[in-house]
Design a protein around this ligand. Structure first.
Ligand SMILES: N[C@@H](CCC(=O)N[C@@H](CS)C(=O)NCC(=O)O)C(=O)O
Length: 214
């Protein structure tokens, strides 16, 4: 059975945001059974864990002896193993991968930059100086994402894929702000993705693990 690592304890602002949510959601969509291994504080720094995840981050995925880190790589593995979450037609499949990489590489950094300045480091001098510019850039990226999405239900048309799953988790990073809702089609898109029963089960699972660990 597939095992996903997650953190046992995180600050309140990170609850519901930790990136093990991505494989949890993908596994729920795929209908594959899985278990979650909760890491105690400091466990990420142990050599045994660093041997599996060089940066000491979550999630990793273990499927028997096979281990992967990076949430994007894990989603691609789950999609391939389940034959769900990625289209079969080769060009549509490549476009889905393209959008997943866009979520991780072209959208997520701008959203994380604003998030860091606005929430965990908000009281620091550098964050006060940076917040407004970070907001503008995050907004700029989302405006172009909004234009690309247009009136399509999902990034590449009518079908929900692993790319939408990834993009939705990225768009949730600044759920505390008006960044997404500034573009009505993005807000509707995010809602469409997060109304999925698989997302609700994944989020419920992560929140439940925090509640049990408290
Ligand atoms: N690019 C990685 C990022 C993983 C990541 O940032 N994980 C965070 C939790 S959401 C973490 O483990 N942070 C602790 C740390 O970086 O020491 C992925 O997508 O898997």
């Amino acid at each position: 059975m597939i095992t996903i690592t997650a953190l046992k304890h995180v600050p309140d602002f990170a609850r519901g945001q930790v990136r093990d949510l991505r494989p949890r959601w993908a596994l729920e969509e795929a209908g594959l059974p899985y278990r979650v291994r909760l890491l105690e504080a400091g466990e990420q720094d142990k050599p045994e864990y660093r041997a599996l995840q060089p940066f000491g981050q979550v999630p990793i995925m273990e499927d028997g002896e096979f281990v992967l880190f990076e949430s994007g790589a894990i989603l691609l593995y789950i999609a391939e193993k389940s034959q769900k979450l990625l289209p079969e037609e080769p060009q549509a499949r490549h476009r889905a991968v393209q959008w997943m990489i866009a979520a991780l590489n072209s959208i997520e950094p701008s959203q994380v930059n604003f998030f860091l300045a606005d929430i965990p480091f908000a009281d620091q001098e550098w964050a006060k100086l940076r917040r407004s510019g970070a907001y503008d850039f995050a907004r700029h990226r989302l405006n172009w994402l909004s234009k690309a999405l247009g009136d399509k239900p999902y990034l590449d048309g009518d079908t929900f894929t692993a790319a939408d799953l990834m993009m939705a988790t990225v768009l949730r990073i600044n759920a505390h702000s008006d960044l997404v809702e500034a573009n009505a089609n993005l807000a509707a898109y995010l809602d469409r993705c997060t109304q999925r029963p698989a997302f609700k089960r994944a989020l419920g699972g992560q929140m439940n693990d925090f509640a049990l660990a408290a």
